[in-house]
Design a protein around this ligand. Sequence first.
Ligand SMILES: Nc1ncnc2c1ncn2[C@@H]1O[C@H](COP(=O)(O)OP(=O)(O)O)[C@@H](O)[C@H]1O
Ligand SMILES: [Mg+2]
Length: 261
Amino acid sequence: MNDQGAPVVGLHNVTVRHGGVVVLEDVNLAVNRTDFVAIIGPNGAGKTTLLKVILGLVAPSSGEVLVFGKPPNELGSERAKIGYVPQITSIDLRFPISVFEAVLMGTYGRLGVGARPTKAEREAAHRALDRVGAADLAGKPIGRLSAGQRQRVFIARALVDDPELLLLDEPTTGVDTAAAAGFYTLLRQLKQDGLTIILVSHDIGVVASYVDSVACLNRFLFAHCRPDEIQCTEALRAMYGCDVAYLHHGEAPHIVVEEHK
Ligand SMILES: Nc1ncnc2c1ncn2[C@@H]1O[C@H](COP(=O)(O)OP(=O)(O)O)[C@@H](O)[C@H]1O
Ligand SMILES: [Mg+2]
């Protein structure tokens, strides 16, 4: 949350309704260049909706959204500056394609309908796989990967057009603890390389060790602060209906959420 000029993403009093139901209410959020932000909240909190608002896929009923200084649906070719890793569905895994082909699909946006990838796109796909440490997986069928490998490949697909902003929706669902740690370390590296990252998770215990800031969402945005500054115990309690213990392990702050007995 350092001051580096205009935010990459700015939400101002954003309210979203689905049908008659208010899903996001009066949300304000500023994300600056190279920030690594986790949006946390329980199921149904509006996390995916918030990402879709940033992508311009969902229009707020009131409020203002600016991405790279513009409303998302006015970005035009600048849309390529946003990489998106959606919440995974089983349908993705039934596509009988290789890892390399999946990553190459990330270039279809710039190519346009019907155009075939050239050497430049194929090289970009190889570079993206290299960048996430998955070059050795290129020839494997996408359905044969472990959950951790799969998520690296989906990040490669999102990186292939060299975005400046990366949005990830629950990327570590089904990924074991060791693979998740490697995955977050990769995201930190991408941040060091200059990317701005917004990650949606319901796994606050793990993400707090890696991100610069945490935004607690449950229809309202309760707090947006450094993980070690979280004073939103009451907010977390309101969100999760559970007791929240806040521990420090060495330098890495760590939040533990206990289930209500
Ligand atoms: N397209 C839609 N139409 C109607 N309701 C929706 C739609 N998308 C999401 N919702 C509702 O909005 C709320 C927030 O959903 P979502 O953003 O997916 O939450 P999260 O990602 O935090 O689980 C939920 O109650 C969900 O049922
Ligand atoms: Mg979701």
